[in-house]
Design a protein around this ligand. Structure first.
Ligand code: ARG
Length: 620
């Protein structure tokens, strides 16, 4: 008997063949519309194709269903079909055979080999670049970076799980005029002895950043208003002075940028100090988040600085770009706003750097897919950049078409008021503070629930539960949607939460400790699996879907699909655990089979959580 991979896919193929055989007059393959059965007493799956086909063919739906059933070959997979398999207006109900499911589950557990669990490693590995994190110098990571870190990291993990080569790239905002502003500002503070490198914190840097920006902000509107409404020479002189000072500050920042660009050692040293302080804090937060992002994955905007002139020249030389009122633009088909690559004052832009990045990623790294886990509010930017890159040929994979450039856009994290999540005073919420609070709150829950565990264990568990709660909440929301940040909801042990999944995993493990205590833990490794009870059937069906779910995450770039799946698997496990005795199963063979099911379930849960980048615990 053939092992059932994902039964719904096997059924789909068999139904497609039956429909084609029953109605050869149909032009092409027909979707058999296989869904999980709504009434499990009639079967596990149903095909709903007969009704639409009947309309198309001018026949009675039940006759169409009967014709399909006559051609259907489900030997070894499903219980034999009878008249009763056709229900209502023409649904075809399918009950899978327990032995087919058991064979499928046994195949998941390819013991001794790589821990495969139904995830098929690709036979044609691709190089996939995943753009993630992307913090900015002299700024704390805020709540938005939660999303730009955990979502693309989970996407990267799915590709890795499938055997692709992933290159993570954190496109750090570490170059350009704003960075020159804060560099100049910090240099002044250092020179004046008001700041020492050894004690400089990221908070202090962020303040300097804001101060530098404010100093360069010219109140041109104010000046215009004063003049237009004739508000008097005194006021005009005051505003004029502000504008002059700001212009001076602005010009100084441009000088600093020139110095950075020409590698002036003193200026670069100050920049490097800002870089190091920012990146140390950033990488620490990434590590606490269990996101696989290290210094090796960091390729900031500064790493492209030397290439920008060449990019613009290349675009102009080949007629890809045009000069428009002194600026250089690439017009992109279908977009009203062209992609600006050099300002009329000669400055380069965010888009110029991203073009250089695509060129490097595809031409040098050999990426055939480049995926950007970036805020949805940057959609236009990526449309422009992708369009320009394709037009320029930067996305051409040598001898293999054009690389897929994809914006895995995510929505905004909202506060309880439904507006973007901010502190009471309207500031961005620091990500590190949120992690601290999640862990503190988790600690209270863990102290309550697991009072008997040692202090160090409770601390470790609370850390994992807090991080899992935050990450799961973020990952489980459909990527492009906004969601409301809510500590109480994310930390609940019931429902669609990270702690619920960790708890389900712990349950699959603790059963083995209990079985050992009772001396009933032997013989389950490699035991014959039998699937007879409805709850066993549901669990097996859930287990068999895992591989395709991981594939769907890589295809759609939507980690929430895996989140949802793991909840469904946990729920199926929970029902199995309630309805089927494991340690005290009616006979030894059943006990072994069920223990082995617990083990496989635990491994799929652990593997799924790892693929999402969610930390787990052994007990709680
Ligand atoms: N630093 C950017 C920001 O804060 C994010 C970078 C995203 N990646 C990219 N290749 N543009 O908005």
């Amino acid at each position: 008997m053939s092992a059932l991979e994902d039964p719904s896919l096997v059924l789909r193929q068999r139904f497609e063949a039956a429909i084609a055989a029953a109605f050869p007059q149909l032009p092409g393959p027909v979707d058999p519309v296989i869904t999980a059965s709504r009434q499990p007493q009639f079967g596990d799956f149903q095909s709903n194709a007969a009704m639409a086909l009947a309309k198309q063919l001018g026949l009675k739906p039940r006759d169409v269903a009967a014709a399909i059933v006559a051609k259907l070959d489900l030997a070894g997979i499903a219980e034999p079909l009878t008249e009763k398999s056709i229900a209502g207006p023409g649904f075809i109900n399918i009950s899978l055979r327990g032995d087919a499911l058991a064979a499928g589950v046994t195949a998941l557990d390819a013991a001794g080999t790589a821990d495969d669990l139904g995830v098929a490693r690709t036979s044609s590995p691709q190089t996939v670049v995943v753009d993630l994190c992307g913090v900015n110098l002299a700024k704390q990571m805020h709540v938005g970076h939660l999303r730009s870190t955990v979502i693309p990291d989970a996407i990267a993990r799915a590709f890795e799980r499938l055997g692709h080569k992933v290159i993570r790239q954190s496109h750090v905002g570490d170059w350009g005029l704003p960075i020159a502003m804060v560099t100049g500002k910090l240099k002044g503070e250092l020179d004046a002895g008001r700041v020492t490198p050894a004690t400089l914190t990221l908070d202090a840097l962020e303040q300097l950043y804001r101060a530098a920006q404010a100093e360069c902000e010219r109140d041109l509107k104010g000046l215009e208003a004063v003049r237009r409404y004739g508000l008097g020479p005194k006021l005009e002189a005051e505003v004029q002075a502000q504008v002059d000072t700001a212009t001076e500050a602005f010009n100084r920042a441009r000088e600093v940028l020139l110095k950075l660009q020409s590698h002036d050692p003193d200026t670069v040293a100050v920049w490097k100090l800002i870089y190091d302080i920012t990146m140390r804090a950033c990488l620490e937060t990434c590590s606490r988040l269990h996101a696989n992002i290290t210094a090796d994955h960091t390729a900031g905007e500064s790493s492209y600085a030397e290439e920008l002139g060449g990019v613009v020249k290349d675009l102009l030389d080949r007629g890809v770009a045009a000069i428009d009122q002194g600026a250089v633009v690439v017009r992109v088909q279908g977009l009203e706003v062209p992609c600006l690559v050099r300002k009329s004052d000669g400055g380069y832009l965010y888009a110029t750097t991203d073009l250089a990045a695509i060129r490097r990623r595809v031409q040098k790294f050999g990426a055939s897919r480049v995926i950007y886990g970036v805020d949805i509010r940057q959609s236009l930017h990526f449309q422009q950049v992708f369009g320009a890159a394709i037009k320029a040929g930067y996305a051409d994979v040598p001898g293999d078409g054009v690389a897929r450039l994809e914006h895995a856009a995510f929505g905004t994290v909202l506060g309880a008021d439904g507006k973007p999540f901010k502190t009471r005073s309207g500031e961005n919420v620091k990500l590190a503070d949120l992690l601290d609070e999640a862990v503190q709150r988790a600690r209270k829950v863990v102290d309550d629930r697991s009072a008997s565990l040692a202090e160090a264990d409770r601390a470790r568990i609370a850390e994992a539960v807090g991080i899992a709660a935050i990450k799961y909440m973020d990952l489980s929301t459909e990527r492009s949607k906004d969601y409301v940040f809510d500590f109480d909801r994310m930390l609940a042990f019931e429902g669609n939460t990270g702690p619920y999944l960790l708890y389900a995993l712990v349950r699959t493990r603790s059963i083995f400790r209990k079985a050992a205590e009772e001396g009933r833990d032997g013989g389950w490794r490699g035991a014959v699996i039998s699937i007879t009870e409805p709850a066993e059937k549901s669990l097996a069906l859930a287990l068999l879907r895992y591989g395709k779910v991981v594939e769907s995450v890589a295809e759609t770039l939507e980690p929430h699909r895996l989140c949802q799946y793991l909840i469904e698997l946990s729920t199926a496990f929970s029902a199995f655990f309630d309805q089927c005795k494991v340690i005290w199963a009616p006979d030894d063979a059943t006990r072994r089979s069920r223990l082995r099911l617990c083990d496989i379930t635990g491994r799929v849960l652990a593997d799924g959580l790892k693929t999402l980048g969610i930390p787990t615990v052994e007990r709680m």
